[in-house]
Design a binder for this molecule. Structure first.
Ligand SMILES: NC(=O)c1ccc[n+]([C@@H]2O[C@H](COP(=O)([O-])OP(=O)(O)OC[C@H]3O[C@@H](n4cnc5c(N)ncnc54)[C@H](OP(=O)(O)O)[C@@H]3O)[C@@H](O)[C@H]2O)c1
Length: 246
């Protein structure tokens, strides 16, 4: 990955930051996108740049502002002059029980998880094509097996899975498009999974009887970016076997 340039959305914290760290450790230069987590983004940048000065830049945007998305790609080109990989990691996540779903819930969940990845991919495609680059979408095993009380989120991630395959078809042969579907990796910071019982129930249903780590997702992203030249249109579940234990 040495000398290659990658744009990671929602890269300041949690799984996104792990993706940034592994891509950077393997030699990539990074444009780290964030929305509200400016301090985390700056801390991540400082840590990575201590190892390799000039290798990490930051861009702030709310991905619901679709008209701004091409400016993220422009920021990458202004700073680094090329783009080799786009990682669509940013995501909003919250329950939408039937009867209580509003249009703004729908807009936020579909906007961050599905619409932004499409319009970012469209903006990035001409420059990715030049480098024979790739796109990795961070999906969710619940794209296929719905998570209860999360209708709009499930639909958004289901759409992202379909988008992954469709973009692979549209952007071939120059650009590969793949996905990674995490199972339980990091618990959401609010909501029902603060309860020990809810966590135990989910862990019980994995085959490996534990949660994964952000690095498990990050290593799979790195594999798809750098070591999988004949893989496109695929979505790899990284879920401790949860999806075969129905
Ligand atoms: N954690 C898990 O166990 C798990 C399980 C299944 C799937 N996944 C998927 O893996 C990816 C990473 O998971 P995570 O738990 O690390 O995600 P997360 O912490 O819930 O969210 C990642 C980032 O998305 C950004 N974001 C949300 N809405 C945005 C918007 N409208 N515009 C711009 N940025 C926005 C936020 O950036 P700021 O903080 O800068 O605002 C946030 O830090 C996500 O795609 C998620 O769906 C995770």
């Amino acid at each position: 990955m040495r000398g290659k340039v990658m744009l990671v959305t929602g890269g300041a914290r949690r799984v996104g930051a792990a993706i940034c760290r592994i891509l950077h450790a393997r030699g990539a230069n990074l444009m780290v996108h964030y929305r509200n987590s400016a301090q985390d983004a700056q801390a991540l940048q400082a840590g990575l740049e201590a190892a390799r000065p000039g290798s990490v830049a930051l861009v702030q945007a709310d991905l619901l502002e679709t008209a701004r998305l091409p400016s993220l790609v422009e920021a990458v080109l202004d700073r680094f002059g090329r783009l080799d990989a786009l990682v669509n990691n940013a995501s909003s996540f919250f329950p939408t029980p039937m009867g209580e779903i509003t249009e703004s819930h729908w807009d936020e969940l579909i906007g961050s998880n599905l619409k932004a990845p499409l319009f970012l991919a469209q903006a990035a495609a001409p420059v990715l094509r030049k480098q024979h680059g790739c796109i990795v979408n961070i999906v969710d095993i619940h794209a296929e097996w719905p998570l209860k009380r999360h209708v709009a989120y499930n639909a958004a991630k289901g759409g992202l899975a379909a988008l992954t395959r469709s973009l692979a078809q549209e952007l071939a042969p120059e650009i590969r498009v793949n996905g990674v579907s995490p199972g339980p990796i990091l618990w959401p910071e609010e909501g029902e999974w603060q309860e020990e019982d809810a966590r135990r129930h989910i862990i019980e249903r994995t085959l490996l009887k534990r949660t994964g780590e952000p690095a498990d997702i990050a290593r799979t992203v790195a594999f798809l970016v750098a070591d999988a030249p004949y893989v496109t249109g695929q979505i790899i579940a990284v879920d401790g076997g949860r999806s075969v234990n129905l």
